[in-house]
Every structure is written in structure tokens, then in C-alpha cells.
Design a protein around this ligand. Sequence first.
Ligand SMILES: [Zn+2]
Length: 156
Amino acid sequence: MKFVADIMVGKLAKYLRMAGYDVKYINNITDEELTRIAKNEKRILLTRDSLLLMKKEFKNEHIKAILIKGDNLIEQLEQVKSELGIRLKPNLVRCLKCNQILTSVDKKEVKDRVPPYVYATQQNFLYCKNCSQYYWRGTHYDNIKDIFQKIREKHN
Ligand SMILES: [Zn+2]
């Protein structure tokens, strides 16, 4: 299941990436480009723009889209989860900034590239070859886990 998100749901896009989903998110994208990407790449469009979904391309149902209703992240994640039945579990496989699949790197390689505390306490590191970003399961990861956990509890 792949997505393309409009500019108004950037945070939602990031959290779906945190669950491992492929979410395209481009700044300053036009409605036409969004529509084209959704159609050509068979991505589900996530948007808050009800006018965009009134266009004929969406009405003929060749493009799948979800009109995101809530303002806050939890509501938005709950809506996507309940409409599509997707799993929301932290899954650090994608770059949160650019959507690239991460590759694991040897701990030795990151010695001078991450804070000393992180180096001392973490064993597994991942790297985005597209934007040269390093990732590991830190406190940030625990926060994400809590958010996803809250949503699961509400629905189970
Ligand atoms: Zn990246």
C-alpha cells in the first residue's frame, strides 16, 4: 500500500513512514502533479482538500483517495487505519525525510557521526543514502511507539 500526501498532511505522512509505509510527500506540489502521481504510481492520495476530490479524475474511481477530516495527528492516523485496515507499528525502514529505504550500517562506521551517548547505548544503526541521515531507535522511537500503542488500544 503506497501513498501520496498533500502539503496539509505532512505530519501524517511522516508518521506513516514511521510505520514503514511508502509515502510520497513533495513541497510546493500542484494539484495536477498530485493527481498524476496518485494515478500513475497507484498511490492512495491523502488530502484535506475536498475540492480536489470533486474533480472528475477522482470521481471515476481510478484514483483512490482519502479525505482526511481531523486536525490532529491521532485523529488522522485513526482515520487512515480504520478506512484501510492498516497496521500501525513502528517500523524503522524508511527515511522520515525523503522516503528512501534505509540500509543498515556497521556500528564502527557511525562512531564520529552520531553523538557519543547514542554511540555508547545503541547497537543498530541505519543510513539514508539519499540524504545522508543516520537513524537509530532512540527516545524518539519510544514516543512513536506510544502514539501507535494508544491508537491500537482504542480500536481493539
Ligand atoms: Zn533520506
